[in-house]
Design a protein around this ligand. Structure first.
Ligand code: WTA
Length: 657
């Protein structure tokens, strides 16, 4: 096992006690957590039957679990005979008591007036859009690609799909036309919902033009309609017969739309994520189990109480945006803040200003955003009070203790709990986390399993590690929000997650368990890197690079980066008719950006005359990672390489910029 990005777990890290404000009021204290956790493990059927009752079922489930993690016959079914509708759970059932409660406060990229959307207004918009979708021929089970900026219409679109039983596939607005086309092709979407353009940090993202380019590609031919939200008002090309303005169709759509009655195991959405090999994987989540878990974790992890104002900064294009900006909080009738832009734009004071503007109680963000803000120092914080805060949470990547402390001490004045939540697109919801009323927290540790979650560590041979130790993080039993399959490729689902350590779910992460039984995530053990909390497959970047005529061979690894957590480090061998130059350097960065998206842009390119390989031709990434990290002293044995001489050469030319 080799973790790519290790956090420290020094024994001198002092736990930070449960905050006084959580002692009396929190849903969970330590004793209740222990008892409930034990019950959730000892009697999962009873526990999850009870928890499912937090949703509104058209037909309550009598079957709770039907799980088989056998590579020859793998299925995962929760609440299989139950029937419900996710949108009805997120909207309609709150209307009788809370129609006027704010569901979404939307903060524009440029500081300005917020849009305020009550549950009644959300209902109206979602019903209308659901009717528009039906009018466009979208039926239960059809796939709809959503490629929108962070605007309320993205939430309407997801819930409108859910309302009629269509399966949404949200594609992050930062992805390139090529990436959009690939995702449309993989799931066969007939409709794309987009906007003229998006805004982020003052920059325009030409979403409609990207969709035009995506649909010009033969593989995306299934998409015959494009619904366009007018957001920036900028000019766009128009394809008559294919493109339709959102506002035109919404203007005449009916506000009545009965929710489709769905089976618990009917798909709710597909979300593409990067793997260690091959093309992105369409992770499939279904309805009943996902929503039960989203709702329960949102309530407990964030200690959500009615009336709390909750801000999740994640983009809807990622799983955090799905589960903790949309489905979890809305299922709980929460008031959410949705911000279009970046928390440090126009400057580092913005985060605090938004907190004060909406009196945010709970902030859920990524360590990379915290590090970026921290780099600007405490000065900008003086422009806000942030005294409404009670809980600060992070996800997506390891948080280093320095960032944890700055978040806790400076952003939260030392009075707010900080929870570091570990989970994945495939897990659907938070898996390992402290609960604010129950656990003292250790800066940098994800701490304890959530209810029903059985984490374990195994060595590379699959042997369980008892007590304190470090190893591969696996999960021993299913939980309701577990992904059910990869769209169109169940075998890949089995191969990726259930064959490395048979009988367990293999997370692809490494972790350490300390003497108190608390978990510390050390980072990916595979060829996935985590850049600014975004999961990137090194293989995807490599294949983009080798499609450039100058590139003979490429190897991509992560290296420690102060703000991004990991940066993208690229070793490139050029074909014999090309030689290194500043122009080619810039061109290759641009090339990857165009092929995948800005988030995949290499940070450093190392011109490598050769790459270290085993005699059978396998690139030794372990060595490349060490060189990239400037850890030349611990390269290990290189004598078995096909050409050991390339190693000192690469060390010598390590680009140290
Ligand atoms: C990493 C994001 C350390 C991990 C919710 C995982 C974390 C990948 C944490 C999933 C955390 C997520 N501490 N690492 N608290 N949370 N990760 O699918 O490597 O975008 O496998 O889901 O992010 O990324 P994904």
């Amino acid at each position: 096992m080799s973790a790519t990005h290790a956090t420290v777990a020094p024994s001198d890290i002092q736990p930070v006690a449960v905050k006084p404000r959580f002692r009396d009021n929190a849903w969970m204290d330590a004793t209740t957590y222990d008892a409930l956790y034990a019950r959730s493990i000892d009697g999962p059927d009873t526990f999850w039957r009870e928890q499912s009752q937090r949703l509104h079922w058209r037909q309550p489930p009598t079957q709770i679990r039907d799980i088989r993690w056998d590579k020859n016959d793998l299925h995962i079914r929760w609440f299989a005979d139950g029937q419900l509708n996710a949108a009805e759970n997120c909207i309609d059932r709150h209307l009788s008591a809370h129609a006027d409660r704010v569901a979404l406060y939307w903060e524009p990229d440029t500081p300005g007036e917020a849009r305020v959307i009550t549950y009644a207004a959300l209902h109206q918009q979602v019903c209308k859009l659901a009717n528009v979708l039906k009018h466009l021929g979208v039926r239960k089970g059809d796939r709809v690609t959503i490629y929108l900026p962070m605007i309320p219409e993205a939430v309407f679109a997801m819930l409108a799909c859910a309302r009629i039983g269509a399966i949404h596939s949200v594609v992050f607005g930062g992805f390139s036309p090529e990436a959009v086309a690939g995702r449309i092709a993989d799931c066969g979407s007939s409709l794309v919902i987009t906007a003229d353009a998006g805004l982020r940090g003052g920059r325009e993202i030409p979403l409609k033009a990207n969709v035009d380019a995506a649909l010009a590609r033969p593989e995306a031919k299934a998409a015959s309609k494009v619904l366009v939200v007018q957001h920036t008002g900028g000019a766009v090309d128009w394809h008559d017969g294919r493109d339709l303005w959102y506002h035109d169709l919404m203007a005449t759509a009916s506000e009545q739309c009965e929710p489709a009655v769905m089976n618990a195991e009917d798909p709710l959405f597909i979300l593409y994520t990067s793997g260690s090999t091959g093309k992105p994987k369409g992770v499939l989540h279904t309805t009943g189990g996902y929503l039960t878990y989203a709702s329960l974790t949102h309530q407990m992890v964030f200690d959500y109480h009615p009336g709390d104002i909750y801000w999740c900064t994640a983009d809807v294009g990622w799983i955090t945006g799905h589960t903790y900006l949309v489905y979890g909080p809305l299922a709980n009738g929460a008031t959410c803040v949705m911000s279009e832009g970046l928390p440090n734009w126009p400057d580092a004071a913005r985060l605090g200003q938004i907190i004060d503007k909406f009196k945010v109680n709970t902030l859920y963000t990524a360590p990379t955003a915290i590090r970026a803000l921290m780099a600007a120092g405490d000065g900008p914080l003086a422009q806000s009070r942030r005294d409404s805060l009670k809980l600060l949470a992070t996800a997506g990547e390891p948080i280093n203790p320095a960032a944890w402390h700055w978040f806790h001490d400076s952003v939260g004045h030392g009075g707010s709990a900080v929870v570091d939540t570990w989970w994945q697109t495939e897990t659907g919801g938070v898996m390992i986390t402290p609960l604010p009323g129950a656990h003292a927290t250790k800066p940098g540790a994800a701490m304890r399993p959530f209810f029903g979650i059985r984490p374990a560590l195994v060595d590379n041979d699959g042997t369980l590690i008892d007590g304190p130790g470090e190893g591969n993080l696996v999960i021993l039993d299913s939980w309701p929000a577990q992904a059910r399959t990869l769209w169109g490729d169940h075998q890949r689902f089995i191969d990726t997650y259930f064959t490395t350590f048979p009988g367990t779910y293999c997370s692809g992460d490494g972790a350490r368990r300390d003497a108190d039984g608390d978990y510390w995530i050390t980072g990916r053990v595979d060829d996935v890197i985590n850049v600014s909390g975004h999961r990137m497959g090194t293989a995807e970047i490599e294949s983009a690079l080798v499609s450039h005529p100058a590139v003979a061979e490429a190897a991509v690894v992560g290296y420690p980066h102060e703000i991004k957590g990991q940066g993208i480090y690229v070793y490139v061998s050029l074909t014999c008719d090309h030689s290194p130059s500043d122009e080619l350097y810039a061109e290759l960065r641009q090339w990857v950006r165009r092929e995948i998206g800005a988030i995949a842009t290499p940070d450093l390119i190392h011109w490598a005359p050769g790459l270290p390989k085993t005699r059978s031709g396998k690139i030794m990434r372990r060595i490349l990672r060490k060189i990239a990290a400037n850890e030349h002293d611990s390269l290990g044995d290189v004598s078995t390489l096909a050409e050991p001489a390339v190693v000192p050469q690469l060390v010598e030319t390590r680009m140290n910029r």
